[in-house]
Unconditional design. Sequence first.
Length: 194
Amino acid sequence: MKSLFRKRHPQETMLLFAMIGMGLAFVFLTFSYLVRKNHIDWVDFRLPKIFGFSTVFILLSSYTLYIANNAFKKEEFFTYRYFLGATLALGVFFVISQLIGWRQLEVQGLHLRRGAVSVGFLYVISGLHILHLFGGMGAMLFLFWQAVRKTAYVDAFVYAINPPNQRRLHLATIFWHFLGILWLYLFVFFYVQH
């Protein structure tokens, strides 16, 4: 319990408040989905199977980021760059699989503009998650660019011991894992509902 109240860097505190706000927004949206589900004009639909693959992609990306963090701490900079790049690639695969899922819904005749409200919730909720993921991918891309620029061991070591650089990686990691947990919640929610 003491670790919860330990002194935090202001950037970490701001990130935690932002994540709480994002989490509450998604909880509110899923609660609204449940309330709206009881209306007579509700249309049930099948969640595209590709959303399961996207869940695997985002969970794997959390694992590759975990490996990258450990490599960074152990000064294994090639491994750090490799797994940071893998994290980015898995993030891109996640987004692509989401877009394929949207396309599969459209093929079924479930469009955002003239489709059912139930499908509209899925489009909006998954779309908002993708927007947040773009923020995380931007941070990862910046970290990856910094890592690739510093290929000499001395440059990478100086970069790695710099506290602001360590903080950037720490904050990006927290946010990325949050997005993974958030998507897992959303996937399970929609899977159970359909």
